[in-house]
Write a protein that binds this ligand. Sequence first.
Ligand code: ATP
Ligand code: MG
Length: 437
Amino acid sequence: MTEQTTKQPKATKLVGVKGMNDILPPDSAQWEWLEAQVRGLMARYAYRNVRLPIVEPTALFVRGLGEVTDIVEKEMYSFEDRLNGEQLTLRPEGTAGLVRAVVEHNALYEGGKRLYYMGPMFRHERPQRGRYRQFHQIGAEVLGFGGPEVDAELILLAHDLWQVLGLQAVRLELNSLGQPDERKAHRSALIAHFEQHADLLDEDAKRRLHSNPLRILDTKNPAMGPVVASAPQLLDFLGEASMAHFNAVKAILDANGVAYSINPRLVRGMDYYNLTVFEFITDALGSQGTICGGGRYDYLIEQVGGKPAPAVGWALGVERVLELLKEQGDVQAAPVPDVYAVIPDVAALPVAIKTLQALRAAGVSAQMHAGSGEGMGSMKSQFKKADGSGALHALVFGAEELAQGQVTVKALRDGAGAQRLQPLDAVATWAHSLQSL
Ligand code: ATP
Ligand code: MG
């Protein structure tokens, strides 16, 4: 006992925050692959990248997303800046911050913008498959254009992304939320309907009945299904202009072979939407099946203090997209180096490393064997590491070869064991042919 108490206590192991995941190799390779596909596609659609702060003033989200929303009511990581008392929030989504930035920098001065972002978002939700507290979104936003053609363009962009990624079994649901005056008429009808069935409402719905009845349609409570299904539909309240906008979006999708279904109860989780809203959904991920959602938000820019301008966008959940790919059995091969340098003796290190630098400069992926601090280790253990690295070839920097200005190239995969000598001074020229050795 006494001995134990006098000993230094063992440091307790620190673990990450619940619902916030580490993304390590080999999984990170999937992420890099996906991000590269997205960058390529965004470039083909002429969308430009933005990188925005992760922390924003809390007021931005309260004003932008709406006070009576899941996010603002219960999911935000908010805190006070200890140094100046500012109220700050870890961004729960990307649109509000992007709009804030566009307004702040007067970015629409010269006309509309097509932008995209990638990055972590934070919501204090109950962690489960497809639902995390730090998760990642990729978003595309078009600001300054009010026509249905950009709504359709964004949907086509997402649809193309599923093709590029090889995603199957994703369906598209569409709805129109109309304009504020149309929503007002619908709102009254909605309140009347829910009041009539007050006994069927859950606590959330009762609370929102008069503050934000539309939100009730977005319920995740299956018990609310019937009363939501029988609620008056916004589509029936749309005027001619809203209907024409909706029909124009549909016509473009039809002409481009994009299948969709109309879901009159699709309202999305934030208050800022109007006219077109949409979600891409899969049935392969259980109840966390929405992989991408978006819509038009023509009044948000104004709400955040900017000069009124229309906008539309979507955001996809990276974790859910990757989970769906995994579910399909589509896993990218983890990257392997082209060559692994086996270095029998520390004396060879300067030349070996110089050679590897030349190879890397020529575009070859080269991994150097590293020792424990006491020499380079046995040839056997080095070859074991070379094999384990997945490299196609080992470069053996033996003293004898080096004395003749040469290195041994040994095949580790196809035709494993075959080897030949290469002159060190011609490394860059044979680097590219390594694959076909
Ligand atoms: P859900 O209805 O599943 O809660 P949402 O309507 O809150 O989603 P959005 O705010 O529209 O989601 O975010 C866009 C996408 O981001 C979602 O479709 C989903 O793929 C992903 N997403 C949202 N919340 C999470 C989360 N907590 N963890 C992982 N992905 C998420
Ligand atoms: Mg949510």
